[in-house]
Design a protein around this ligand. Structure first.
Ligand code: SF4
Length: 462
């Protein structure tokens, strides 16, 4: 056997307070940039140094396998000392002149936050100086990466869409807002499909479908056809209600919309797995006052049938999970429903005690000790595994080193997935997404069983 890749990971666990090793998160602006790409005609702008922007763009590009456009204030030593106002003013002017977006979505970085640049003040100066053309916009979100994670950045930029655009007119509408959380473009598409199937008039924001999973047409488009329009964002203030999924990522925007325009909201878990999808579909049904069509009932029935067929293989399997808080909550509930045992759950995002409590509640009937850590890291996760291995790992690409060293089947899920292609085209939310996950789990487990079977046990049907 070759040398382990993570050979410095010890099984002896020492309490650490000031050191993170292999963080289970990435930095705030990545989430802000991803959310901003969910507005039609938007150019994200990174207010900081070129290196930050290059890293954020490349992480998104490597995950989605699509070119991710973003501009940068290109801080130099001078701007680092005196502030980035003149860089941002020049950038706004250049961007509207050269690239003509509908909106520039500015997010800050560690450096510009440490300097204390006041983005609304700079944007209002740009407006006064005539650098923002009529009918165009500059919005912003504060995304210092020494707090929070990509999840916080996504939540902040999504809330900014409400802060900048949502308006309440005298004409209320029957429309439902859907805030989808930090999920793949294909997941946003799937939520829209379910809403459309139910005959619901909806606005989903942000919406990266047809932006980061767009078809190959042979034509380069700086601003792809997808994304929520500014007009639709403005009208979210007149909507009948909001269904927000993913408490960490969508909660702040849903609350802001209620405070600003009085739009009531229902805040649910991400619709990953059977129960969470049931709650999502039911919330849409109740909020919009519609019936669930037969077509969706059939999808659900198929998922239940697949679970029934697969349950014998899932029963009692120990699982280790690393990911983002909203995803982990729904995934843990899903695994428990399959009679699996999610015994290690780690998020790098600062989701706090509430998250840990929620996971422990969801797993209270699991016949095994469950370890959960918010603001944890993959080093600790690996140490837990060294002390007691699991049957299956679920998480982003960085888990593959642990999977290889410990020889454990691994299902890629979450963000980022850098070493596989296709995930952004297929959902994991909804009944269809659930069926896809089930197939992935079973394939990973049975591939291992086949691989390890002796010739006398190598069965055609297992
Ligand atoms: S952590 Fe801060 S300095 Fe590093 S890439 Fe992210 S925003 Fe830039």
């Amino acid at each position: 056997m070759s040398q382990p890749l993570l050979r410095h990971t010890t099984s002896e666990i020492i309490e650490r307070k000031a050191l993170t090793v292999n963080p289970a998160k990435t930095c705030q602006p990545i989430g802000a940039m991803y959310a901003a790409l969910g507005i039609h005609g938007c150019l994200p702008h990174s207010h900081g140094s070129q290196g930050c922007c290059a890293y954020h763009r490349s992480t998104l590009t490597r995950h989605y396998k699509e070119p991710v456009m973003a501009a940068t204030s290109s801080f130099t030593e001078g701007s680092s000392v005196f502030g980035g106002q003149s860089n941002l003013l020049q950038a706004i002017n250049n961007i509207f002149t050269l690239y003509d977006p509908e909106v520039i979505a500015v997010h800050t970085t560690c450096l510009s936050e440490t300097i204390g640049d006041d983005i609304p003040q700079i944007a209002s100066k740009a407006q006064k100086d005539g650098k923002i053309p009529e009918g165009k916009y500059v919005i912003h979100a504060n995304t210092p990466s020494y707090v929070g994670s990509h999840i916080t950045g996504f939540a902040n930029m999504t809330k900014s869409m409400v802060d900048y655009f949502a308006e309440k007119s005298d004409t209320p509408s029957e429309r439902i807002n859907i805030i989808p959380g930090y999920v793949e473009p294909s997941d946003m598409e799937e939520m829209k499909r379910l809403a459309a199937e139910m005959g619901i008039d909806y606005t989903l924001f942000p919406d990266t479908s047809n932006v980061l999973n767009r078809p190959q047409t042979g034509q380069y488009e700086m601003y792809p056809p997808g994304g929520v329009t500014i007009d639709a964002l403005k009208k979210t203030g007149d909507s009948k209600a909001t269904v927000a999924v993913g408490k960490t990522t969508s909660g702040p925007a849903a609350e802001a919309l209620k405070d600003k325009c009085g739009v009531p909201f229902e805040l649910l878990d991400l619709p990953i797995g059977l129960q969470a999808t049931d709650r999502f579909v039911n919330a849409l049904r109740k909020t919009a006052g519609v019936e669930v069509p037969e077509s969706i009932t059939i999808e659900r029935g198929r998922m239940v049938d697949i679970i029934t067929d697969m349950q014998q293989y899932f029963f009692g399997k120990k699982v280790g999970l690393v990911g983002d808080p909203d995803q982990l909550i729904s995934m843990t509930e899903f695994l428990v429903a399959l009679d699996m045992m999610p015994i290690y759950v780690v998020t790098g995002s600062p989701a706090g005690k509430k998250f840990e409590k929620k996971i422990l509640e969801l797993t209270k009937d699991v016949p095994h000790e469950v370890k959960v850590k918010a603001s944890g890291d993959m080093f600790l996760f690996h140490q837990w595994i060294k002390n007691e291995p699991v049957d299956l790992l679920i998480g982003n690409t960085y888990i593959k080193y642990i999977a290889k060293d410990e020889d454990i089947p691994f299902v890629r899920f979450g963000f980022p997935i850098l070493d596989r292609v296709g995930h952004s085209y297929f959902p994991t939310v909804g009944y269809r997404g659930g069926m896809r996950l089930l197939e992935k789990f079973l394939d990973a487990l049975l591939e291992r069983q086949d691989r390890d079977a002796g010739v006398e046990d190598f069965e055609l049907v297992m």
